[in-house]
Design a protein around this ligand. Sequence first.
Ligand code: FES
Length: 141
Amino acid sequence: MDSEKDVSRRAVLCGLAVLTLGLIPEKAIAASGVKVLANGKVEITLSKNPALKKVGGVVQFSNSQGLKIALVRVGKGANEYRALNLSCTHEGTNVVRSGSKWVCPNHRAEFATGGEVKVGPAKANLVTIPIKSSTSKVIVG
Ligand code: FES
């Protein structure tokens, strides 16, 4: 019961922090073209995720452990993608998309689209997750 109260209070405080900071998370990414495989990795079908056609495009999803992940197009080349663990490298709060950056609603650290830390208190870039890509799919994990 106490843990339910804690989670609820945490959720409310996080929501208030987002509102206070004026951060409005981007529209949730549809699950279309995002599939969790039996081995726990996540397969992204590029043709079903047009956001990834342009550099700076982002698709967000969760893996089988509930980890929030963003796949980002970081270059024009066919395999220039980066998967980011969206847990802030300061204290682990999930960052949210705000314009062309990621912002932590907890202590306001900011990261570039590609995960590079821009404003503290976080000192490290968002953690990358290994990927394998082809012309049609990206496997994350
Ligand atoms: S947890 Fe993200 S800035 Fe502190």
